[in-house]
Design a protein around this ligand. Sequence first.
Ligand code: ADP
Ligand code: ASP
Ligand code: MG
Length: 432
Amino acid sequence: MSLIVQKFGGSSVANADGIKRVARRIVDTQKAGNDVVVVVSAMGDTTDDLLDVAEEVTGRAPGPSRELDMLLTAGERISMSVLAMAVNSLGAKAQSFTGSQAGMITDGVHGSARLVEVNPNRIQTSISQGNIAIVAGFQGMNRQTGDITTLGRGGSDTTAVALAAAMDADVCEIYTDVDGVYSADPRVVPSARKLDTVTSEEMLELAANGAKILHLRSVEYARRFNLKLHVRSSFSQNEGTIVIPDNPEEFEFENLKEIPLEQPLISGVTHDRSQAKVTVVGVPDVPGSAAKVFGLLNESNVNLDMIVQNISTDRSDVTDISFTCDQAQGGKAVEVLTNHKAELGFEEIKYNDSIGKLSLVGAGMKANPGVSFAFFDALRAAGVNIEMISTSEIRISVITDIDHLDEAVRAVHTAFGLDAEQEATVYGGTGR
Ligand code: ADP
Ligand code: ASP
Ligand code: MG
């Protein structure tokens, strides 16, 4: 008997029909002779709707807090219980569990808590009694305080992977509103190509650079535990994308003809609209300036992405330092630097959140010097101006003006021959 962990995202359970469809799918999996543990997200855009309510009652965008976590976890409680009811009404047995009941123990960082322990004893007991166990995604409990925490937006994927790892599941299936991982977001590039397989190394880069199909931490977690992930649609029976663990020989890939021996040059193009760019203009060009700037940002827990330092064109004694961070942290970054203006000795700060990040990802680019040229040439041909550049061994990223982002993604996708003949299907969701 196999143990399968199935995670259903918000768009898969957006309304009563969705809940009933998912319930049938889960029951079919059990009837086929498997033990089934389900992780479910909040229905549709519930999490965003709850955030809107918090903003309405406080008059500002809510920051992470104990109360916000309490509020947001309510979304997953609704979907877990109604899904259990739907399964029960099909004649199978289901029990629902909150994150803390399922043994998801976290640290105390509200809004982005990290798992410190997973004790799925109650889940194990429940399935051994013939139940389908349904667990609320993206939440846990801080054992020291007993407070409820959330793992961060999109974190239900991580709940699923963590449970699958703790219970030694045979596979963790991530059900969503598209047929798998594509060479680009099908909402932006309709000609995106579905990938049958992707290595966990590439998936990490895709997820870290905006492909929100998988929560980044779920990919890291699956990689650490050598767990097989299958990303697929809950709206179709199509085979999805297998995220190949680092030791694939330990797994049976019964539904795949073979694991490709050589990876294609490029696996995909991602985009990210959630970043902001901060430029500290006219910093004294002396040793220690950058250390002071980044020391202050570090103390304020601002997570940085790209960093560029340029010598000022008209003066040799000062330099400009630019960096990108999450828009949600941009205000904090500007504030902390402005508060230390005298000490840092800069002239002004520029803030721009009308930017987008585009990344080209592929393990094959490691040994291929032509990739950079083809990438920048595609952007040139599309008339896209580049504001910043960063690279890793298997990725090139640029910052562009937000208005040119989608066009730039499509141009790069086409230039690398990634366009499929058939349009990708987006089955649901609002893309919010
Ligand atoms: P869920 O609610 O199931 O967790 P998400 O909205 O978090 O779903 O993730 C699925 C969405 O991710 C898709 O609808 C798609 O628009 C987006 N997406 C972004 N990049 C990619 C990609 N490379 N491949 C597939 N989907 C992608
Ligand atoms: N409901 C949460 C969110 O919208 C968690 C998840 O869906 O993974 O971010
Ligand atoms: Mg998601």
